[in-house]
Design a protein around this ligand. Structure first.
Ligand SMILES: NC(N)=O
Length: 678
């Protein structure tokens, strides 16, 4: 890495990375604690029971879930503009589209719909695997689940610490530990709902800062200031150093071989990190059943604006400003560490640009970190502690374990980030490598949750064989092309080979064995997991008490949300869990996801790739304007819509606060008295 530019004092780094002195880290942690206290005092939701802690009582509305998806899916890598420097405008497109549509949140909407249909009361996706296929499958897929969390968390720590160190000179070691610290505190206190509230506040500020950068670059900056000038600068850079593999070496073309290869790698890697990451399952679990699909579609579409517009703005600025006296020279290692955006922000706006980027990065890293913390805490609590150590754990024990595991995983993620840092693995390398390790689990996991015919051993063997094939393909290709050196800079072909082998072999073995030797699984077994109306034994047998007890059922109060006013919520929840409605939601998710996939991955980029078009000023300006409109629309859907849908809860909290101001204690939420039977 070239010498750090350090445009901010070290104190800014410590402040942002969680406050050795008062800083934004501590400010946000204190703010989240305040929100959690208000939630406990003025609403029926108390974070003092395990269901609320890990699943937010499965009651969260779609706007807030969408904002949580945007936030959890915005990593340091998303903002680091890694793909853009070498590839031009195709990089942001492939990054955004590959992680929005093909790989991730939109297709995941289908899985989320199936989750609500086939296991509406599960806490984790691994509980479903365990109930369906038993211990061996549970342990094998736990490997993929935890590996995903460790890889994603390490990328967050690596990307966050590299930028903080670069901008402020703060010690990377200190940054690795301080970044998760404040997050651990508010996640322990507030649980899942607090991470969603944190996601919301962070997403709001994130969009504000991104739009500030966009308007600086394309409207006010004396160095660039308009799409026309940006186009001119990019063409000048291309004429002195053309991009290999791009049409006429231009940056303003979708005809980019490296861009296309990156697109494929990106699609596979993001399949892996969303399908096997409990963080995204957890948002589906926390969501109200009737609106889960809407939340994922909204979140996916809103998220696209972040990598696309941000990289089209600061990533391209990092190229356009080459040679500018304020722009530092970036090495390949700097690019892989995710530093182009920071360098461009400093060159454009000096220390205020660097500070804004630091805040942006802090927001992205902390909210994605909170998602990973609560995700791993849930896996360790329900899939290790409850399943293997204390099957009869009480609610209090589960809650306590959830708290311990948040703290424990905070330490693990700091150490993992540090280890990767010291062995020289960069965020960019890990980003392109993640599909090699995790890709083989994607199809087997999707089949487990959606398809009654999925073959247990086919899926287990497929995921292990794909894992081995991915590693072998990556090693063999690296050795053949680079004389055996496993370089820390990103190499396209070995990564492509490893990613394709991993997801391909895993998917083929799982699907073919399931067609030849189909299972005939009854999803009633997974519907019984943690279901308050059905007794479920560890052996996987579900006893539907409702059926045994005849037509006149006296339903138990909803055990999943003991803090919530039982009967009303239970009735709403049962209505939303109507299988006909959930099947219709699945069909809607399938058609809309596949339609969007076709448009964003095939119909838009491929004709542009084959046509070899190089954009003129008008074309490039239209490209930028589409990004800006998309960003505004996204901001409305994940910033204003959640406020609108929660207007009743907000006014309830407001009334509670006002009452408390006049008579202390009178505003506290009081659950309605249960009416006694007539
Ligand atoms: N979440 C991603 N792939 O930026």
């Amino acid at each position: 890495m070239s010498s750090a530019s350090n445009v901010l004092p070290q104190g800014a780094g410590y402040g942002s990375a969680q406050g050795l002195r008062p800083g934004i880290g501590l400010f946000f942690s204190a703010f989240m604690l305040l929100l959690t206290a208000m939630q406990a005092r003025y609403t029926p939701f108390s974070p003092r029971n395990s269901e609320e802690f890990s699943s937010a009582s499965r009651s969260v509305k779609p706007g807030l879930i969408a904002s949580g998806i945007v936030s959890a899916w915005t990593w340091a890598a998303t903002l680091a503009s890694i793909p853009i420097c070498p590839k031009g405008i195709s990089g942001p497109w492939w990054y955004g589209a590959g992680a929005t549509i093909q790989a991730s949140v939109l297709l995941f909407a289908m899985l989320a719909a199936k989750l609500k249909l086939n296991a509406p009361y599960a806490h984790t996706w691994l509980e479903i695997v365990g109930a369906r296929w038993g211990k061996v499958a549970h342990l094998v897929f736990m490997f993929f689940g935890l590996a995903t969390n460790i890889i994603v968390s390490s990328m967050l720590i690596l990307g966050g610490s590299a930028t903080v160190t670069d901008l402020t000179g703060m010690s990377t070691l200190a940054a690795c530990f301080l970044i998760p610290l404040g997050v651990v505190i508010y996640v322990i206190v507030g649980g899942m709902r607090s991470t969603l509230l944190c996601d919301y506040t962070h997403t709001t500020v994130l969009f504000a800062i991104i739009l500030t950068f966009v308007f600086t670059v394309y409207a006010t900056s004396p160095k660039i200031g308009s799409p026309k000038r940006m186009h001119e600068l990019l063409e000048t850079v291309a004429s002195s150093s053309p991009v290999p593999g791009n049409a006429h070496g231009s940056y303003v073309t979708m005809r980019s071989k490296d861009g296309l290869i990156f697109g494929v790698i990106n699609i596979i890697g993001n399949f892996a990190t969303i399908f096997t990451d409990q963080a995204y399952w957890q948002r589906a679990i926390a969501s109200r059943p009737g609106t889960t699909v809407k939340a994922y579609l909204l979140g996916g579409l809103a998220w696209f604006a972040i990598p696309f517009t941000f990289a089209t703005t600061l990533g391209l600025s990092a190229v356009a400003l080459r040679g500018d006296p304020d722009m530092r020279t970036l090495s390949a290692a700097d690019v892989s560490a995710g530093l182009p955006a920071a360098a461009a922000a400093s060159a454009l706006m000096g220390s205020s640009g660097a500070a804004a980027l630091l805040v942006l990065l802090f927001l992205a890293v902390t909210s994605a970190t909170s998602a990973e913390l609560i995700a791993v805490s849930s896996l360790l609590t329900y899939d290790v502690y409850k399943k293997y150590i204390n099957p009869n754990a009480t609610d209090n024990q589960l809650l306590q374990m959830g708290h311990y595991m948040v703290g424990f995983y905070g330490l693990v993620m700091a150490l993992a980030g540090l280890i990767f840092y010291f062995i020289g693995v960069s965020m960019g390398w890990l980003y392109t490598f993640m599909g090699v390790i995790l890709g083989s689990g994607v199809v087997p996991i999707a089949l487990c949750i959606t398809w009654s015919k999925a073959n247990k051993w086919g899926c287990i063997i497929g995921s292990l064989a794909g894992f081995a094939a991915g590693l072998i393909a990556w090693l063999v290709t690296t050795s053949a092309l680079y004389g055996g050196a496993i370089n820390v800079t990103v190499q396209n072909f070995p990564m492509l080979a490893g990613n394709l082998a991993s997801i391909g072999l895993g998917g083929i073995i799982a699907t073919v064995t399931s067609i030849i030797w189909p299972d005939n699984f009854d999803f009633e077994i997974t519907r019984a997991i943690n279901n308050p109306y059905v007794a479920f034994t560890n052996s996987g047998e579900a006893k539907d008490q409702d059926k045994n007890e005849g037509d006149e059922i006296e339903r138990k109060e909803v055990a999943t949300s003991p803090s919530v006013n039982g009967s009303t919520v239970a009735a709403e929840e049962q209505e939303e869990l109507d299988p006909l409605k959930l099947k219709a939601a699945f069909r809607f998710a399938a058609w809309s996801s596949l339609g969007l996939l076709l448009v964003l991955i095939i119909l838009i980029p491929l004709p542009l790739f084959f046509a070899q078009t190089i954009y003129g000023v008008a074309g490039y300006s239209a490209w930028v304007i589409i990004g800006i409109i998309w960003t505004f629309t996204s901001a409305f859907s994940v910033v204003f819509y959640p406020l609108w849908e929660s207007r009743e809860a907000l006014s309830q909290i407001g009334r509670g606060i006002i009452k408390d101001i006049f008579v202390n204690g009178s505003g506290r939420y009081v659950p309605p008295l249960k009416s006694s039977p007539a």
